[in-house]
Design a protein around this ligand. Structure first.
Ligand SMILES: O=P(O)(O)OC[C@H]1O[C@H](OP(=O)(O)OP(=O)(O)O)[C@H](O)[C@@H]1O
Ligand code: HPA
Ligand SMILES: [Mg+2]
Length: 178
């Protein structure tokens, strides 16, 4: 099978929208500090772009959970691959994700993080595929709702490839030509 990538959201569209969402976060967190939690690996590009545009004091931490492996379908089993370095006690936590798809990853993660006594926990995602939801997750900030297509770029991978694309694309599979 040959793969090609069709652009869904251009670099300019994504950058413009991230700036709008950062402005909204700046308004909502005025007078507070925000503790950003990047969900690795997918969330890392979005986290960097978002964090650069946040003007209230920011601290960062990283966590890695995995449910997709190298497939386009979630295994349904969410694994902690790397835990946070810092405690969450009393912090205003904002989880930063690349995509909410079935919702399983975040449903599981929010439950774990709430048990660590943060002052608040909110969720910010670059992409949301509402049609695919299996687990109910409250998303506080969404850059884009997208249709049910497998996307790559801006941190999102297919079999670990394409994370570095500066735009969001849809993977299209073609039969190999003779
Ligand atoms: O809503 P869900 O159906 O749970 O899917 C969303 C999650 O799946 C992907 O991560 P993945 O587990 O593939 O790991 P990665 O971020 O390292 O690519 C994506 O980055 C989200 O974290
Ligand atoms: O559409 C997607 N692309 C890449 N990774 C994903 N993880 C959940 N959904 C997706
Ligand atoms: Mg991920």
């Amino acid at each position: 099978m040959k793969e090609t990538i069709r652009v869904l959201l251009s670099e300019e569209e994504v950058d413009r929208r991230i700036k709008e969402v950062a402005d909204q976060i700046n308004r909502d967190y005025a007078g507070k500090e925000v503790h950003l939690i990047c969900v690795l690996k997918g969330g890392v590009f979005f986290m960097c772009e978002l964090a650069k545009r946040i003007t209230v004091p920011v601290s960062l931490d990283f966590m890695s959970v995995s449910s997709y492996g190298d497939d386009t379908k979630s295994s349904g089993v969410v694994r902690i691959v790397k835990d946070l370095d810092q405690p969450l006690e009393g912090k205003d936590v904002l989880i930063v994700e690349d995509i909410i798809d079935s919702g399983r990853t975040l449903y599981y993660l929010i439950d774990i993080l709430k048990k660590r006594n943060p002052k608040s926990v909110h969720l910010c995602t670059l992409l949301d595929k509402p049609e695919r939801r299996v687990c109910d997750v409250k998303v506080d900030y969404t850059c884009f709702d997208i249709p049910d297509e497998f996307v790559v770029g801006y941190g999102l991978d297919y079999a670990q490839k394409y994370r570095n694309l500066p735009y969001i694309g849809v993977v299209e599979f073609h039969e190999d030509e003779e």
